[in-house]
Design a binder for this molecule. Structure first.
Ligand SMILES: [Zn+2]
Length: 400
């Protein structure tokens, strides 16, 4: 069927059509203008054509474009070639829409730069579409989302680069629904520059990081950031943060090897301690861990009598420090409170409880070298985690 540049005032209806062409497209409607609906529902298109079985390049439809339940097969090119397609209503590639192609260049469904006013639906569609033709024909609604396949090596099934729509309905199984972390298909998609305002319920799934990391033709940060913006807008700030953490992990995975040791160490530190700046609170847990270790060290030193109350001066009189010879003198032993305060002073930066004035490691006592070294190490680690918390909290490490 050839309708190049045709102008149709109302509907173009090809419901249930059988289109066969062993040497060309099934529907060639480049630049067609349809005033209301384009209906190619439950049709069967089987062709051999390099430029596409259904060609709607730069076509314009005022209302909805229905392709639900239609089967398209092309062994020599894409199934649907609709670059620059403009739909005033919804583009419905749902409810059992099946496209099989062998297209080494374009995707099985090529919708680059297309514009959809309402919903771009590759999901299960609506149970009750309100279509009188459907009701009259007694069509049974199917519960299947779109099935897309490209037998060519690139596996590119869907190209939505620079497309725009309001509501995106793209369930994971259209591209890949991983089972136990393993891919169920080798499908690839292009989503760079795709803009959508909302995601339907079937599209808000946990597999987005997997799809954007493993099933894109070329890695790009933009689809992650757009999805994060949409998630934040719908009150899913936690999911948005998790997605941006996955973006940083994917960036690291895709860096050319070998990655310099310093750079790799910084990546893992940021990832574990700060969640790449999206979870700075984790650094406080690490700081709490350092305090716990300092407390253990202080209490162990106290029970082994490695700590003492240092010498103090009171009104010109010097009270001697507790020495090993006086270790049985309880008056000169550290109190438990002073020992705990010593642990705080050892591990938590910027917090001074003057604990070490009341309790400290005995000087000139050889086993205490271990205590001094461990104390110094805990002090350094305390500063490291406190600094990382500030860096994460202020967003310095985030790459927005
Ligand atoms: Zn996969």
């Amino acid at each position: 069927m050839r309708l190049l540049g045709a102008r149709i005032g109302r509907n173009l209806e090809l419901d249930g059509a059988l289109l066969r062409n062993p040497d060309g497209p099934g529907l060639h409607a480049e630049g067609v203008r349809v005033g209301r609906a384009l209906r190619i529902r439950k049709a069967d298109v089987n062709v051999e054509c390099k430029t596409g079985a259904i060609q709607l390049v730069n076509a314009r439809v005022g209302g909805d474009a229905w392709l639900d339940g239609t089967r398209v097969h092309n062994d020599f090119g894409p199934a649907v070639n609709a670059e620059g397609f403009s739909v005033g209503g919804s583009l419905l590639l749902c409810r059992g829409f099946t496209a099989t192609a062998e297209s080494p260049e374009l995707g099985t469904v090529h919708l680059m730069s297309s514009r959809v006013g309402s919903r771009l639906d590759l999901g299960v569609g609506r149970k009750d579409t309100g279509d009188i033709v459907e009701a009259a024909a007694g069509w049974e609604p199917t519960e299947n989302p779109a099935t897309l396949c490209n037998k060519a090596q690139n596996g590119l099934v869907l190209d939505l680069s620079c497309a725009t729509t309001n509501d995106l309905r793209l369930p994971p199984e259209v591209v890949c629904e991983p089972e136990d972390g393993w891919c169920s298909t080798g499908n690839k998609v292009i989503l760079v520059g795709l803009k959508y305002t909302t995601l339907s319920r079937e599209s808000t799934h946990r597999h987005w990081p997997h799809l954007l990391g493993h099933h894109v033709d070329l890695f790009d940060a933009e689809p992650y950031q757009h999805l994060a913006t949409v998630l934040r807008g719908s009150g899913r700030a936690g999911e948005a943060r998790q997605l941006l953490i996955e973006l940083e992990n994917e960036r690291h995975r895709r860096r050319s090897r070998p990655v310099p040791t310093g750079s790799s160490a910084w990546h893992w530190t940021k990832r574990i301690v700060l969640g790449h700046g999206y979870k700075p609170g984790r650094a406080l847990y690490f700081l709490l861990g350092v305090f716990g270790l300092a407390l253990l060290l202080s209490l162990a030193a106290w029970s082994a009598d490695w700590v003492h109350r240092p010498a103090i001066r009171v009104e010109g009189q010097e009270l001697p420090a507790a020495s090993k010879s006086q270790e049985l003198d309880h008056r000169l032993r550290c109190s438990i409170g002073a020992t705990v305060r010593m642990a705080v002073d050892l591990s938590v930066p910027l917090l001074n409880t003057t604990g070490r004035a009341g309790c400290d490691f005995r000087p000139n006592y050889p086993p205490n070298v271990i205590g001094f070294v461990l104390g110094l190490f805990l002090q350094v680690m305390g500063w490291v985690f406190a600094t990382l918390f500030v860096v994460g909290f202020t967003g310095v490490v985030r790459r927005e």
